[in-house]
Design a binder for this molecule. Structure first.
Ligand SMILES: Cc1cc2nc3c(=O)[nH]c(=O)nc-3n(C[C@H](O)[C@H](O)[C@H](O)COP(=O)(O)OP(=O)(O)OC[C@H]3O[C@@H](n4cnc5c(N)ncnc54)[C@H](O)[C@@H]3O)c2cc1C
Length: 392
């Protein structure tokens, strides 16, 4: 007999696990399906764990403020350590060009209630001890942002969702959506997997880099295309760095748009850069150019990094949309289907906020943030009308 659930979630990742948690908390019977061996094995484990609400897009700001509340209150709520570190985010600035960009979005950020300010070079030297002060002008600092361990978070959201009754099935791939009706008035009422069929009143597609394929099975064309990014982590050193630091200057080598790093609760430095020429597709093999470029940029910015021991490098995927904004909500013309996809390089930080809003949309018919702000993430929008947000 086909099993029945209130909600089926496709993908136990950065977005899927919090969604399962909040739906289960509301008393809904939830099934989570993932093709990999356990939770968080998709792109979730590629994230370096930066969590900030300091964006320029209002929807990202509101969603990430909710994520920050959830991450920072998680220990108190569940008794589980997910590596939350409230060290803030710091964007040091060395050129007028970047000063103008950052100062131009400060009013938007402040209007949305974010705690962020421009600080002078002395202030930056205090929050980033040992920073190379040559040409340092100042920068922004947002003390309420922070870091979380994506590995611990995936495990904890899964465990807490299971305690509330959610059922997880791994090694099972969703190959189709089950539907009622014809083109124009479709209703999704279940899924077909490599192991069987399951019915539900609602299906949530949070399948990350593969989300578009699932949309296509019901004729829905949502442009989420992955490109790959590399990252790494060092052996631990004495704690000295509170914030996650983002240097938005392009690199002198002509290959990097910006780079960022932080020190996690274990003392490890975790780092990543944004290549100028993107690598579309799903190739996750490490490149030989990443570490030499990264090492040079890091040691130039913080000379005391020169003796760090690199422990591990990896390459993962950003599920990108053309406008750089996530796709969250219910596409019109299709009942029973909800999306939380296309989160680009910010899916880990947006995950809990998206999960909370999707759960509320499904259980109460409305998101938790204002509808007009939530609609900026609409699956029905024109993905090509807007320029990408200035800060990724
Ligand atoms: C190097 C790097 C650094 C990053 N740093 C950060 C950061 O600091 N902060 C931040 O917020 N974000 C960061 N990101 C981005 C972040 O990792 C992603 O945006 C996020 O993990 C996407 O979440 P998701 O839930 O959409 O996808 P995933 O976490 O990949 O979850 C999707 C799940 O769906 C499953 N799935 C897919 N298709 C199917 C199917 N057909 N059937 C069954 N299961 C399926 C997958 O197996 C996967 O587990 C970084 C990414 C990279 C590569």
């Amino acid at each position: 007999m086909t099993k029945r659930y209130d909600v089926i979630i496709i993908g136990a990742g950065s977005v899927g696990n919090p969604t399962a948690y909040f739906l289960s908390e509301s008393g809904f019977k939830v099934l989570v399906i993932d093709e990999l061996a356990s939770s968080g094995q998709g792109q979730n484990k590629s994230a370096i764990g930066g969590v900030r609400a300091t964006h320029s897009d209002p929807a990202k700001i509101q969603i990430c403020l909710q994520s920050l509340d959830i991450f920072s209150g998680w220990m108190e709520k569940t008794g589980t350590n997910i590596g939350w570190k409230k060290g803030g985010y710091c964007f040091p600035v060395f050129r007028e060009k970047e000063e103008k960009i950052l100062k131009s979005i400060l009013p938007i950020q402040k209007r949305h209630g974010l705690k962020i300010d421009w600080i002078d070079s002395d202030g930056i030297k205090e929050v980033v001890p040992g920073i190379n002060e040559k040409e340092l002008i100042g920068g922004t600092f947002s003390p309420n942002d922070g870091q979380v361990s994506p590995l611990l978070a995936a495990e904890s959201f899964t465990n807490e969702a299971k305690k509330l009754g959610a059922q997880y099935q791994y090694h099972e791939s969703v190959i189709d959506l089950l539907i009622d009706g014809n083109k124009g008035s479709l209703s999704v009422n279940g899924i077909k997997t490599t192991k069987g069929e399951y019915k539900a009143d609602a299906v949530v597609n949070v399948a990350g880099a593969h989300a578009s394929n699932i949309c296509k099975t019901v004729g829905l064309d949502i442009p989420v295309n992955p490109d790959s990014h590399e990252a790494g982590i060092t052996a631990p050193i004495e704690p000295f760095l509170d914030p996650l630091v983002v240097d938005i200057r392009p690199g002198a080598e002509g290959k990097t748009a910006n780079f960022y790093f932080g020190q996690n609760l274990e003392g490890q430095i975790i780092f990543c850069y944004t290549p100028i020429k993107i690598f579309p597709g799903e190739d996750r093999r490490s490149t030989s150019e990443f570490m030499p470029i990264m090492a040079r940029r890091m040691v130039e910015l913080i000379p005391r990094f020169k003796n760090l021991t690199i422990r591990r490098l990896w390459r993962g995927l950003y599920p990108m949309t053309p406008d750089g904004v996530a796709v969250v909500g219910k596409p019109s013309g299709i009942e029973g289907l909800y999306l939380g996809i296309g989160t680009c390089g910010q899916g880990f930080m947006m995950g809990p906020g998206i999960g909370l809003n999707l759960a509320s949309l499904i259980t109460r018919g409305a998101p938790t943030i204002k509808r007009e702000v939530f609609n900026l993430l609409s699956p029905d929008r024109d993905f090509y009308s807007k320029k990408k947000e200035a800060l990724k």
